[in-house]
Write a protein that binds this ligand. Structure first.
Ligand code: HAM
Length: 438
């Protein structure tokens, strides 16, 4: 037998049922929040991701040259495609755009717990709105999806951070934008590498200033509430212009947290400047969802990316969004027994005496299926005993029994599979009788 490729999953019906359960929740909640569903190609020009997504994703691309000599890549994420779609029609689309997608993405990573090479994401994004109300709407959509799936404050939290604040802080310390980018990239890696390695990286780019700067960064990273953050920034010796901008930024934080309170999401959110996000395009508030216990990879991540649409040749258009991954989320729900077991069962199962009965029964089955019931029947003639046994195991609510005697009187027997109770009904009344049973 051939094997599937490493990091690519096969979905037998049980796994497909679990996947669909997630997708149903994603879709239901997104629609409740007024998001519209869209889709984009899975194969894109390679260039779309180069520089736009950031070095980590680019190093993980599934890319190749197609038969027309085009450099192409399977999509590792959806955000650049979305930015192109919205940018191309920005003048005619009613703003703000609130769109969502559920689709498969591909990254050539080392397959490991929580990380595969093909995985699904739910993406929710808002474009055309720069105010914090949009960031709040997105964070509360994320919280609501996880809540609907049965997770509570005990299970997960959203770590909320802010690249704008980081840049202002580093500017206040006298760093230019390019240097700040390098610092943030080390900060992003620091969760995954040792403290020694992190310090060596700081040393490399900051030289004599490394120790002092690393200490300040470490301090800022440990802050967990807004008041503490305000106090810390006040106590720092930053230049006046940056201080003023930081004060204004803290006002945005206060507004955002106020909105999150009203939206029922505040208690899930934790100030945590340790999150900066590896992707290159983020510009403002950024966040990631994590389980509270255990060393698991993120359930979701996102943030504001106000420059991406213009970088792709579109107009200036503020944007923010996030993606939930299905791999870590499925693991998290599975460990808590929050996923459905097994597959959808037929509602009705049919038991057939033989070929003559089959020819009649399939007419009734067709009527019932067209009326919306799920009805199964054996494709090969079998003895009654065997059929009753499989009907009992099928998970169906009722069995329709077509025997020679019943048929000759124009009747069919309905058996309630949980109580064993049986009733004879006229075939002409079957649909109406069955309707009464569901
Ligand atoms: P991301 O943080 O790269 O963000 O991915 C979001 C989520 O996708 C992660 O938290 C994780 O659950 C899942 N994920 C990523 N890579 C893998 C993998 N190799 N295997 C399994 N799951 C994975 C983005 O993709 C951004 N485009 C999100 C976004 C939307 N930002 C704005 N809008």
């Amino acid at each position: 037998m051939f094997n599937s490729l490493p990091g690519f999953r096969e979905f037998y019906p049980e796994e497909c049922a679990r996947r669909n359960y997630l997708f149903d929740a994603f879709r239901r909640v997104a629609l409740r929040f007024g998001f519209k569903e869209y889709d984009a190609p899975v194969l894109e020009p390679l260039e779309l991701y180069i520089e736009k997504s950031g070095e980590e994703i680019v190093s993980q691309l599934f890319n190749f040259t197609d038969r027309g000599d085009r450099e192409v890549a399977l999509r590792p994420e959806l955000t650049p495609s979305l930015a192109r779609l919205v940018g191309a029609k920005a003048s005619s689309l009613p703003m703000p755009v609130k769109w969502f997608n559920i689709g498969e993405h591909y990254r050539y990573e080392r397959p490991q717990k929580g990380r595969l090479r093909a995985f699904y994401q739910f993406n929710g994004d808002i474009l055309g709105e720069s105010g914090t109300a949009a960031d709040a709407e997105l964070i509360s959509l994320l919280v609501e999806i996880l809540r609907v799936l049965g997770l509570t404050e005990k299970d997960f939290r959203i770590r909320l951070s802010d690249r704008t604040l980081w840049f202002l802080f580093l500017e206040g310390l006298g760093f230019e934008e390019a240097k700040s980018f390098e610092i943030l990239s080390i900060l992003d890696k620091s969760e995954k590498i040792s403290a020694e390695k992190t310090n060596a990286l700081y040393q490399e780019i900051l030289g004599a200033k490394a120790k002092e700067t690393a200490l300040k960064i470490e301090k800022l990273k440990t802050i967990q509430d807004l008041e503490e953050l305000r106090k810390f920034l006040d106590s720092e010796d930053l230049n006046t212009a940056s201080k003023e901008k930081l004060d204004a930024r803290l006002e945005d934080w206060t507004t955002l947290i106020g909105y999150l309170g009203g939206l029922g999401a505040k208690s899930f959110v934790q100030v945590d400047l340790g999150i900066v996000r590896g992707l290159a395009y983020y510009t403002g508030f950024v966040f990631e969802a994590f389980e509270n216990e255990g060393q698991f990879r993120a359930l979701a991540g996102g943030g504001r990316y106000n420059d991406l649409v213009a970088k792709l040749g579109g107009p200036e258009l503020p944007a923010a969004g996030f993606a939930i991954g299905d791999v870590t989320l499925t693991d998290c729900l599975d460990r808590r027994n929050l996923l459905p077991q097994g597959t959808e069962n037929p509602e009705i199962i049919t038991i057939l005496g033989g070929e003559t009965e089959r020819l009649e029964a399939i007419k009734d089955i067709t009527i019932l299926r067209r009326a919306g019931f799920s009805v199964a029947y054996p494709l090969k003639n079998q003895g009654f005993g065997k059929q009753f046994k499989s009907a009992g195991k099928s998970g169906a609510k009722i069995a329709l029994i077509y025997g020679g005697d019943e048929l000759s009187e124009g009747k069919v027997k309905i058996r309630n599979l949980s109580t064993g109770e049986e009733n004879l009904v006229d075939r002409s009344d079957l649909e109406i009788t069955v309707r009464g049973l569901f």
